[in-house]
Design a protein around this ligand. Structure first.
Ligand SMILES: [Zn+2]
Length: 227
């Protein structure tokens, strides 16, 4: 196998998603040098984030995340490449690593379905794909839990939230989603997936909608966590 991989890498070299150096045969998507610079989120940070983003509203049962989002670091480039350069393999890479982390840390979560946070159809057309969907597919391959991509719809084209404060984000996202297929989510324990969680407003809004429409429990996880 290694031999064939080496041959393929020789004919069709693969490059690191963040530093663009040629990948070695045993490296996947991100080279080891960059990977060392990408920090995973500690359990303390996850507990702290759950406390200030989700606990009060009682919508999200439990929450986890994989990488610590840092500006001007490889993790930012990784998310950027996934979102705007249509590198779906990055999504699957993040998703399967997140899946392995959840298997270790969150084995007691009882999950029936994985639901990625949807994009508005115009944004989907403009961007080419929904990055959260590919993270969800990576999770599916590790957790063996089905991705349900068509249960929630984003009905409003929302502004990019990157420069907004907490309250602006809350207003921007309010009533932005609707349920498409109630029968798919009824009485189900759902894992909501987003690429990056910042204030948590998007996750709370989707989670509330799922619970209001008969979902049993909503858990949340993201590829990266921003502070
Ligand atoms: Zn690299």
């Amino acid at each position: 196998m290694i031999f064939f991989k080496e041959v393929f890498d020789f004919i069709l070299p693969r490059f690191c998603a963040t530093c663009k150096k040629k990948l070695k045969t045993n490296e996947e998507v991100v080279c080891y040098d960059c990977l060392r610079e990408i920090k995973t989120v500690s359990d303390e940070k996850i507990a702290f984030a759950f406390g200030n983003k989700f606990k009060e509203s009682s919508i999200i049962t439990e929450f986890s995340s994989l990488y610590l989002f840092e500006k001007d670091k490889p993790v930012q480039e990784l998310i950027h490449q996934l979102k705007y350069r249509q590198k779906f393999l990055i999504g699957k890479f993040i998703g399967s690593n997140l899946g392995r982390s959840l298997k270790r840390k969150s084995a007691d979560w009882q999950l029936d379905l994985i639901v990625p946070v949807p994009l508005h159809h115009l944004k989907l057309a403009e961007r080419g794909f929904n990055q959260s969907f590919y993270i969800a597919k990576g999770l599916e391959s590790v957790l063996k839990i089905k991705v349900e991509n068509n249960s929630i719809k984003r009905k409003r084209y929302t502004q990019s939230q990157t420069t907004m404060g907490i309250e602006e984000r809350e207003q921007n996202i309010k009533d932005a989603f609707s349920i498409k297929k109630v029968e798919k989510i009824k009485n189900k324990n759902i894992l909501l997936i987003d690429d990056v969680i910042t204030t948590g407003a998007t996750i709370r809004e989707c989670g509330k909608l799922l619970l209001d429409n008969g979902a049993n429990k909503v858990y949340a996880a993201s590829g990266a966590l921003a502070y």
